[in-house]
Design a binder for this molecule. Structure first.
Ligand SMILES: [Mg+2]
Length: 219
């Protein structure tokens, strides 16, 4: 992984905003709920086999797309697909799969001594709450914001502007850290928020950072 050496620590930065899924928490819980768990419920309802159910579920998600708040809303999907049970039961059944990436607590522990830390996620509130509770990282953050539940929009430019107002800071006083090229890099950058694109799996053919790089840059 190539580290962007041009990024310099900026003395103006007061707040570090973190994405959650794919940045601090790995994809195990999200996949168990959104793919395996939902496919099993869909199987039960339709009688089709599990592989077909997974394809159907994913096709449904694709049709809505991740720029819609519905994409993140399990209540919407339970009702649309007419599934038995509840989002709460589904999430509770898989909550032991919530896992932090290596070194996350160390990084947060270090940064929270110098900066105000916030969580800013597209995950809907109940999903995010379970991840925070299971991973035990809640105490590091002064605020946790679900863009979809609290702002009723995905993390677009308007949402980032709202986040700054909520925190009482200007965009140049915020650094956002996340793994999604649009939601965590392009949109915050467009309103003047500096951002670091994280990659745990060398997934981007471009310059990305590890969480430890973030610590090195900011310490
Ligand atoms: Mg993410």
């Amino acid at each position: 992984m190539k580290v962007k050496t041009t990024f310099k620590k900026d003395e103006k930065i007061k707040v570090i905003s973190f994405d959650l899924d794919g940045t601090l928490v790995d994809h195990s819980f999200a996949d168990a709920v959104w793919i395996d768990g939902m496919a099993k419920l869909y199987c039960k309802k339709t009688g089709i086999d599990i592989e077909k159910a997974k394809k159907e579920i994913l096709r449904n998600y694709d049709e809505i797309g991740d720029h819609s708040t519905k994409w993140y809303d399990l209540d919407y999907w339970f009702s649309k697909l007419n599934l038995e049970g509840s989002p709460r039961e589904l999430m509770e059944a898989h909550k032991d799969k919530v896992r932090l990436y290596d070194g996350v607590k160390d990084v947060l522990e270090n940064l929270c001594k110098k900066y105000r830390l916030v969580l800013f996620s597209n995950a809907y509130r109940p999903f995010m709450e379970i991840e925070i509770e299971q991973s035990g990282i809640g105490a590091y953050f002064e605020k946790t914001v679900s863009s979809v539940s609290d702002f009723e929009r995905v993390k677009d430019t308007v949402a980032y502007t709202k986040l700054c107002s909520l925190l009482g800071v200007s965009p140049e006083e915020v650094l956002h850290v996340g793994d999604h090229e649009k939601f965590d890099h392009l949109y915050p950058s467009a309103v003047g928020i500096r951002s670091l694109l994280i990659c745990h799996n060398k997934c981007y053919p471009r310059e990305t950072f590890s969480l430890k790089d973030v610590l090195k840059i900011l310490k």
